[in-house]
Design a protein around this ligand. Structure first.
Ligand code: AP5
Length: 219
């Protein structure tokens, strides 16, 4: 069983690659962004607080996020967990190490998806997804075959995220460089750090991640 972290700034392609690993390797995707968006739709005081923080592009508190992950880890990980967008702070990284140890597991690799900032803006502002099945599209690089209709499930419920604006992206990038990028050094020091070029075609990035995963499994 391999447990991996996909690490990278907003729009690096973490979600896209995590979904491919689920399909191809039977791994379980744990996206804290998706979990928080689900929590947001429950109209509770916590959900409303989370919605405001996310729309501003800031990070939700470590306590809330670690609690969400802990719940999901207990449900089991198939062929392994893909942590997509988690951990995002050093406190979350320490908490993840403790949680994995508690369930008798370890981290195989933290895979950094490296991209440049200009590509990110273009990717983020063009992104939309299907509200019914979660398939992700892009206005230029991956439009739907029929405008307004999801290729995967036929739904017409296509949505854009509230934080996919230029202004919110600026804040998300700042949060990434301030609070999340120190994790690159953290995992490098532990010997678990791998780098892939996130600027290539989706299948080329997938092949690079598969190679990193195989190398981590054999070491
Ligand atoms: P989250 O949902 O995790 O967003 P993010 O990290 O900003 O990442 P994205 O989902 O925007 O990008 P991605 O890397 O998955 O890219 P994608 O594959 O979609 O977090 C949102 C918010 O939740 C945070 O701001 C924070 O408030 C909160 N939060 C979440 N986790 C938290 C935590 N642990 N602690 C505290 N707060 C937390 O790709 C993007 C686009 O590019 C798509 O259109 C896709 O089609 C396209 N694309 C992908 N790959 C390629 C490629 N190789 N070539 C061309 N186009 C590509």
């Amino acid at each position: 069983m391999a447990n991996i972290i996909l690490l990278g700034p907003p729009g690096a392609g973490k979600g896209t690659q995590a979904r491919l690993l689920v399909e191809r390797r039977g791994m379980v995707q744990l996206s804290t962004g998706d979990m928080l968006r689900e929590a947001k739709t429950a109209d509770t005081p916590m959900g409303r607080r989370v919605a405001e923080v996310m729309a501003r592009g800031q990070l939700v508190s470590d306590e809330i996020v670690i609690g969400l992950i802990e719940e999901r880890l207990k449900a089991g990980g198939g062929a392994g967990f893909i942590f997509d967008g988690f951990p995002r702070t050093l406190a979350q990284a320490d908490a993840l190490a403790r949680l994995l140890e508690r369930i008798g597991q370890r981290l195989s690799a933290a895979i950094e998806m490296r991209v440049d900032d200009e590509a990110l803006l273009a990717r983020i502002v063009g992104r939309f997804s299907c509200g019914a099945c979660g398939e992700v599209y892009h206005d230029q690089s991956h439009p739907t075959a029929v405008p307004g209709v999801c290729d995967a499930c036929g739904s017409t419920d296509l949505r854009r995220r509230a934080d996919d604006t230029e202004e919110s992206l600026k804040q998300r990038m700042l949060e990434y460089y301030k609070k999340t990028s120190p994790l690159i050094g953290y995992y490098y020091a532990l010997g678990d750090h791998y780098v892939v070029d996130g600027l290539g075609e989706i299948e080329a990035v997938a092949a690079a991640i598969a190679a990193a995963l195989d190398s981590a499994n054999s070491s």
